[in-house]
Design a protein around this ligand. Structure first.
Ligand SMILES: O=c1ccn([C@@H]2O[C@H](COP(=O)(O)OP(=O)(O)O[C@H]3O[C@H](CO)[C@@H](O)[C@H](O)[C@H]3O)[C@@H](O)[C@H]2O)c(=O)[nH]1
Length: 319
């Protein structure tokens, strides 16, 4: 099958490209050129076609979509970046999705389109009984979820063959910058992680499965249903940092949009849940472990990093 992946060198994108190549698909990658993207592109050179371009550029997208049988649309600005430049995020997320849909519709044989959405569209649900199911209501609570719901709706009403995957939390296999957003999540929040390679597999397996015309919940399954505290303590522990005190975090009463998911149906069809929470954290730690000179000076940097991290908490600053 000829398959275009937009956002091909992002976190989910690259796992998807690798899984598709492994399954013998003919893959075309579309992404913005950057140092990181070029490095990943190098790894699939000769195994996939690469087109550099901006998802906001309707003509570039139309060229990329030409002759494809399926489009996996992943190019997106995600939180926290989405709130840092809302205008750009609107153009990339909503405009980019529109470009993909219009380009697909313009083909004499329109490709199927798989859109990546997020469990965030269920809104704050910590006061409800888990897990979240497809029958649950959705709501826009911020720019990101507004973009996702608009994208879902555009695709559903497009007359194209479509599928929507709503993902749980997909930790990337690369270092994430510390950001004040870490304090906005109450420590007891239910969280479902899923290995980036398992998401890539779910997407690749979807290309030869009856996923079309439906929304799917994609999470790591019961072995990946944890609390934010587990995730955070483990992440910080891997780099030898003490977790901040509980009062640095949003109180449990503060709503946050994430939850455990009912993935029985997606797992039954797509057979993708191959990693536990422990294995995910092991792989993230392995991929992000400082090496060389940085590893040597890390013990010296820890007190400084700890102080910087604590300074980011809006709850401690209020005191
Ligand atoms: O202006 C932009 C900004 C980003 N990107 C690309 O979009 C991708 C985004 O990837 P990344 O930031 O690593 O996010 P992921 O975790 O891979 O995001 C995936 O998973 C999210 C849900 O967890 C979805 O919201 C996203 O649509 C889906 O791409 C990358 O290839 C970027 O280069 C663009 O093409 N143009």
């Amino acid at each position: 099958m000829r398959i275009l992946v937009t956002g091909a060198f992002g976190n989910v994108g690259f796992s998807t490209v690798q899984a598709l190549i492994e399954q013998g698909q003919t893959v075309r990658c579309f992404d913005l050129k950057s140092k990181g993207a070029e490095k990943k592109a190098h790894l699939v050179e000769g195994k996939a076609e690469i087109i550099w371009g901006d998802i906001r550029d309707a003509q570039a997208v139309a060229e990329a979509v030409k002759g494809q049988e399926a489009v996996i649309h992943l190019a997106y600005i995600i939180p926290p970046a989405v709130d840092e430049n809302p205008q750009l995020a609107q153009e990339v997320n909503v405009g980019g999705t529109r470009n993909v849909i219009e380009a697909a519709k313009a083909q004499s044989q329109p490709p199927k389109v798989l859109f990546s959405s997020s469990l965030d569209v269920f809104g704050p649900t910590q006061d409800q009984e888990p897990p979240r199911r497809l029958t649950d209501p959705v709501m826009a609570t911020d720019e990101y979820t507004r973009h996702k719901l608009e994208g879902e709706e555009m695709l559903r009403t497009s007359n194209l063959e479509w599928a929507i995957y709503r993902f749980g939390d997909v930790p990337p296999l690369e270092a994430r910058q510390m950001h004040p957003i870490m304090y906005t999540i109450p420590l007891n929040t239910r969280l479902e992680v899923v290995h980036t390679h398992d998401v890539g597999l779910a997407i690749a397996n979807g290309m030869h499965s009856p996923i079309w015309g439906k929304v799917w919940l994609i999470g790591g399954g019961p072995k990946c249903q944890i609390r934010y505290r587990d995730y955070l303590y483990r992440t910080l522990g891997e780099i030898g940092l003490q977790p901040p005190p509980d009062e640095a975090f949003a109180p449990d009463s503060k709503p946050y949009c994430t939850d455990w998911l009912d993935t029985e149906e997606s797992q039954a069809l797509l057979q993708y849940q191959r990693h536990t929470f422990d294995e995910i954290m092991r792989d993230v730690a392995e991929a992000t472990r400082p090496k060389g000179a940085v590893a040597l000076i890390l013990p010296l940097l820890r007190p400084l990093v700890s102080r910087q991290m604590l300074k980011m908490s809006p709850y401690l600053q209020q005191k």
